[in-house]
Design a protein around this ligand. Sequence first.
Ligand SMILES: [Zn+2]
Length: 95
Amino acid sequence: MRNLAVKDVVLSDNNTTDHLYQFIVTFENGSKARAFVVKNPEWKLTGVSRLLQLPCPICMKDYYCKCFEHHSDVIESQLLENGRLDQCLAEGNKA
Ligand SMILES: [Zn+2]
């Protein structure tokens, strides 16, 4: 899914008691999404919702759509590759 190439990830919020994390994901085309992730002990993407600053890169709608949810596996695999989320936490990148 070329339109969903992850460019940057920053931590938005976390609740370490419940192992819940929220990240703001920026894609190559400038689209952004909020990713809800659990770490217990492996990372797992539990939800993703597009932020509405830009039209959806898939269906081009500028209002709510479910494309990111439908392709959450593509997003998850990119977030998890190379320990990207652990690295994000270690670097303390916060939105
Ligand atoms: Zn869409």
